[in-house]
Ligand binder design. Structure first.
Ligand code: PHE
Length: 341
């Protein structure tokens, strides 16, 4: 093989070694060693010069020097490109003068906001928050609350039955029973959570909604205490100028029972469409815990007395923010939700 053949060999080996790759610095310097290192293939050819006839040596030297400088220029270029890759290409792709990306900020759902607010209002006067099951048996949702089988509230149209004996709870009152089964008085709890009713969906009603139940059991609890507590709550939630009104009512699990109205938030009591010209809006049900309920959970009703109340969170939120369609809480439209940031 002539010297020229050997030089051409090295050139094509080199071309193969660097072909089509974007090489790292380390890879380039390995290639440099392989070809231009002290024991590299170019050095070997220089070594072989001593085997040539003396008159050919100077020409061979020239040719090898050209090969050597060709390769070393190419390797320098590769090293430079590799350096660009690893350190400065990221920098050069950032344009700090461009406007930033828009990252949408989420917001707390208005229902959760109201729950937090009501928890704080009752938390300040010693009520703990507890939670109960949304899927429950007939006993806790109805029977123990003095709602017997023939009661209209158990009508198939209102209750989602899972089996004959298991329901989606229709109110948070089921948790009154769970709490009293597990704890001895005195106790003071509120119970936020979802409830379900098989009702036609409209601007006013949805198949699921949220309630907060309240339960206070102690010695010598009076109706007046309940009135004072609920009035404190209404004023904290809607504002000091809002009036309350207690109307006699009926619930199977409280006796006596009442419904609480607030003076209309919108017309301030003078009469409008929302309050149907009455000047009042109904917001919750309440009453003194019925002795029959105490009997079911094994409390001595001679010794203990208490009150309970339940309110709808969607309704409270609609009144507070002037929302006219309950379905807005459930369809996840961010244009609606964004307003509660
Ligand atoms: N559970 C009743 C309802 O859903 C509300 C209520 C709770 C009434 C506690 C009295 C006492 O309508």
């Amino acid at each position: 093989m002539t010297l020229q053949d050997k030089i051409n060999n090295i050139k094509s080996q080199f071309a193969d070694a660097v072909k089509g790759l974007s090489l790292t610095k380390k890879e380039v310097s390995d290639i440099k060693n392989q070809f231009l290192g002290r024991k590299g293939s170019v050095a070997q050819l220089f070594n072989e010069m001593k085997n040539l006839p003396p008159e050919d040596r100077s020409q061979a030297g020239k040719e090898l020097n050209i090969l050597k400088s060709e390769l070393s220029t190419k390797i320098d270029n590769l090293l430079h490109a590799a350096a660009d890759d690893s350190t400065s290409s990221l920098e050069s792709s950032i344009d700090p003068t461009l406007p930033g990306d828009f990252i949408p900020v989420g917001s707390i759902h208005p229902i959760e906001k109201t729950i937090q607010e009501i928890k704080n209002i009752f938390g300040a006067i010693g009520f703990n928050s507890v939670y109960g099951p949304e899927i429950d048996d007939d006993y806790h949702n109805f029977e123990a609350l003095n709602i017997p089988h023939y009661h209209p509230a158990r009508d198939m149209q209102d209750t989602f039955y899972i089996t004959d004996d298991v329901v989606l709870r229709t109110h948070t009152s089921n948790t009154q029973i769970h709490v009293m089964e597990e704890q001895q008085p005195p106790l003071r709890v509120i119970v936020p959570g979802r409830v379900y009713r098989n009702e036609a969906i409209s601007v006013r009603s949805y198949c699921l909604f949220h309630q907060i139940e309240g339960l206070y059991v102690s010695k010598n609890v009076t109706f007046a205490e309940m009135k004072g507590t609920l009035e404190y709550f209404v004023k904290s939630f809607f504002g000091q100028n809002v009036k309350t009104r207690f109307r006699p009512s009926y619930f199977p699990f409280t006796e006596p029972s009442a419904e609480v109205d607030v003076s209309c938030i919108f017309c301030k009591g003078s009469g409008c469409k929302t309050c149907k010209q009455t000047g009042w809006l109904e917001i919750l049900g309440c009453g003194m815990v019925d002795p029959d309920v105490f009997l079911k959970v094994g409390y001595d009703s001679e010794k203990w007395s208490g009150y309970a109340f339940g309110l709808g969170i969607e309704r409270m939120t609609m009144l507070k923010y002037g929302i006219d369609d309950i379905r807005l809480f459930f369809n996840g439209d961010v244009r609606f939700l964004r307003q509660f940031r």
